[in-house]
Write a protein that binds this ligand. Structure first.
Ligand code: CAA
Length: 293
């Protein structure tokens, strides 16, 4: 099956990145969100990211215009998916919201369309079961920042067909990403490791073992990570980290995944990391300044 038209649900951090890489690869993209202001913001970020490449002479103005011309911002969900060959969902990580959205998409999208979720932890099988096409349902997990990170983690649900996997491997390759194929499990492979590791860094702060800047410096220089774990936690979003940790505890019935109290407290205070301007660092000035705990 050849994919030509892609609907991306959600114009946020992940959705606009996914829309960008798909349009850059030549796909016709409809980027859907629930409010025009989210669509406008997503389009502005795509434009800015493409223009970064202009300065480095990796893309021409003509290619930027063509790429932007292939993305249509849209509010109506049914309109967005009605002629899509592939629907990629990147909406907030709320189980009920996802299930309701997938039911609606399933009714409106062509029968042949593949449905892919960019969820970072929620069960692919559970979402697939909300549709009448679980064989065409799959996980397509991107990493932030999407235009830069080279991986798509493909997740096979209980009923996902091998032919669906093959199509998604081909699309991933066409948009310049390498893939790994994993079976469904909470957090799949990457977040199974990442979230406990970042939580452990938060425990180090909570227990007063190191300062925020020293913990980040230690892991950046000692393990050669591109970002320290607390910078990365702020980048991922502390609410997302907390959500995934709680989900792990529920799903695995194992307290070893429990979130540090400090993380929960910060989320309750609205300190969500970079997106809220405050987390382990304060982002209100020119450069991030580490907070004291
Ligand atoms: N969007 C697009 N491009 C970006 C970008 C963004 N938000 N941020 C940086 N870039 C580009 C820059 O233009 C630059 O491009 P060139 O090399 O071609 O010049 C390149 O990325 C490197 O950027 P910088 O030199 O400014 O900074 P850096 O070397 O520190 O790299 C980084 C930035 C790529 C983000 C790097 O720090 C990194 O890889 N960090 C770790 C990111 C990570 O782990 N992501 C996964 C998070 S987990 C997740 O997403 C999944 C989940 O479910 C939670």
């Amino acid at each position: 099956m050849e994919i030509k038209k892609i609907a991306v649900l959600g114009a946020g951090q992940m959705g606009n990145g996914i829309a960008q890489v798909c349009a850059r690869a030549g796909y016709e993209v409809k980027m859907r969100d629930i409010d025009q202001k989210f669509i406008d913001k997503g389009m502005a970020i795509i434009k800015k990211n493409l223009e970064r490449g202009l300065k480095k002479e990796r893309i021409t103005q003509e290619e930027i215009d063509e790429t932007l011309g292939r993305i249509e911002g849209i509010l109506d969900l049914k309109e967005a998916v009605k002629d899509a060959d592939l629907v990629i969902e990147a909406i907030p990580e709320m189980v009920k919201l996802k299930l309701d959205t997938w039911k609606e998409v399933d009714e409106a999208a062509p029968k042949h369309a593949i449905l892919a979720s960019n969820t970072s932890s929620i069960s692919i099988t559970q979402m697939a079961a909300a549709t009448d096409r679980p064989n065409l349902f799959i996980g397509m997990h991107f990493f932030n920042p999407v235009p830069v990170m080279g991986l798509v983690e493909i997740i096979k649900g209980q009923a996902t067909d091998d032919s669906t996997v093959k199509v998604i491997e081909d699309v991933s390759s066409k948009i310049g990403k390498d893939t790994v194929l994993v079976n469904e499990a909470p957090g799949f492979a990457v977040n199974r490791l990442l979230v406990p590791a970042l939580n452990e860094a938060v425990y180090v702060i909570q227990e007063g073992i190191a300062t925020v800047e020293d913990m980040d410096k230690a892991i950046k220089m000692g393990l050669n990570w591109p970002m320290g774990p607390l910078t990365l936690a702020d980048f991922v979003g502390l609410d997302t980290m907390l959500y995934i940790s709680d989900y792990f505890v529920d799903e695995f019935k194992d307290s070893k995944y429990r979130a540090p109290a400090l993380l929960r407290k910060m989320v309750r205070a609205g300190w969500l990391g970079r997106k809220s301007g405050k987390g382990f660092y304060d982002y209100s000035g020119e450069k991030p300044v580490p907070n004291r705990f």
